[in-house]
Design a protein around this ligand. Structure first.
Ligand SMILES: [Fe+2]
Ligand SMILES: [Fe+2]
Length: 275
């Protein structure tokens, strides 16, 4: 049964084996039709699957940090993040169950892969995995969740989103702290990869399916609409990623120029290959 996967939560995890830092408030279902409840349950269950897949990414990030000889605190945080993402999966499944009005099982695990970055040197490749997952993906996730929290009004949805957000911020910091700690020559090799990583991550977020239509009712329950999501994605670049990279001494002009063109992600990917 799919619930077996839930028991993989670690007793030494962030909340000692608990799913959340504190008990979740009750959610309301008033005014939601049966179909809207089904849609919300599906949306939260789909989120559970992607959260769990990110847990596998953190297995890769953890190994990459060990290869980079990163500070132990960062290696430990990446190891904890594997469990964090499994907790996120369980939390989202619990919220999905609330909307369904009954316990729902996790969906079958999504296929997992990660970018091989074959053109990168052996020394750079692990850094690309850390930066791609943490500086880009988790920073974008934080912006997405922040806007989702702002739009949500239901107590349960809002609390669940806040729980996710508090971890994703930590996960993003793993990347920024790693970048600050690696030797300058290795950091310098990353310059040519910033734009390909930016485009690849943004494309993944834009292409992610939202199995619900735009609606204030769905936003109130943690499922933000397309315009709000797009705004959050661009805010992640303009407000967080570009300033972060600039503070670390990178030339951010190419990413800035790309963002000012609307950050296209459906153009020819070969235009973005690092050399
Ligand atoms: Fe997560
Ligand atoms: Fe995360």
């Amino acid at each position: 049964m799919a619930h077996d996967q839930v028991t993989t939560l670690r007793a030494d995890g962030r909340w000692n084996g608990n799913v959340t830092s504190r008990p979740l408030p009750a959610g309301a279902l008033d005014g939601l039709s049966a179909e809207e409840r089904r849609t919300l349950s599906d949306a939260w269950l789909a989120r559970a699957s992607t959260e769990r897949r990110v847990g596998l990414s953190f297995g890769v990030v953890h190994e990459a940090l060990l290869k980079l000889d990163a500070p132990k605190t960062l290696c430990d945080l990446a190891d904890r993040a594997i469990d964090d993402e499994m907790r996120h999966g369980e939390l989202c499944r619990m919220v999905a169950s609330h909307y369904a009005g009954k316990e729902v099982d996790l969906l079958p695990d999504l296929p997992f892969s990660y970018p091989p970055h074959e053109a990168a040197s052996d020394a750079l490749r692990p850094l690309l995995h850390v930066v791609g997952q943490c500086c880009f993906n988790e920073t974008i996730a934080s912006s997405f969740l922040e806007t989702s929290v702002d739009a949500a009004t239901d107590p349960l949805a809002k609390a669940a989103l806040r729980e996710l957000l508090s971890d994703e911020i930590d996960h993003g910091r793993i990347g920024w702290a790693t970048l600050a700690a690696v030797p300058a020559p290795l950091r310098g090799q990353l310059q040519a990869w910033l734009l390909p990583l930016a485009r690849g991550n943004l494309k993944m977020w834009r292409d992610a399916s939202r199995p619900y239509p735009d609606s204030p009712a769905f936003e109130a329950h943690g499922a933000p609409g397309a315009a709000r999501v797009e705004q959050a994605l661009l805010t992640a670049f303009v407000g967080l990623i570009i300033p972060g990279m600039q503070a670390l001494g990178f030339d951010v002009a190419p990413i800035q120029a790309w963002v000012s063109r609307g950050a296209p992600t459906n153009d020819d990917p070969s235009l973005y290959v690092a050399s």
